[in-house]
Write a protein that binds this ligand. Structure first.
Ligand SMILES: [Zn+2]
Length: 120
């Protein structure tokens, strides 16, 4: 069974807010909407001693944010299809507490642990 409509609405709002936040962060980190291309050309026009380490940090952060962005989009897609809050592995419902802590969760606690165990 999927979460209650009230909880779903709350989680969807949280996901959308986080998504907007990430979009802004990504735009800032990549120095413009052209993304990686922009990041590379930006490197040539500033002091390399300062911009190189910063760019490496920005890049790592941008990649983390990008991965989170993908997870949020996937969660929003599951919301739209009505299979949000249902474990993608065993089909059981995911605990409300787990969804509140991690709105992008796509597996129940047991399956997530199994998944992390077999993918490391
Ligand atoms: Zn499961």
């Amino acid at each position: 069974m999927a979460p209650t409509p009230e909880l779903t609405a709350r989680l969807e709002a949280a996901l959308r807010a986080r998504r907007a936040e990430l979009r802004d962060e990504l735009a800032r980190e990549l120095h413009g909407d052209d993304g990686l291309l922009e990041l590379r050309s930006h490197r040539d026009e500033t002091d390399p001693e300062i911009s190189d380490p910063l760019d490496a940090v920005d890049m790592a952060q941008a990649m983390r944010d990008d991965a989170e962005f993908v997870r949020i989009d996937s969660a929003l897609q599951r919301l739209a299809h009505g299979d949000y809050g249902v474990c993608s592995d065993c089909g059981e419902s995911i605990d409300d507490a787990r969804l509140l802590a991690e709105p992008t969760a796509q597996r129940c606690t047991a399956c997530q642990q199994r998944f992390e165990h077999t993918h490391r």
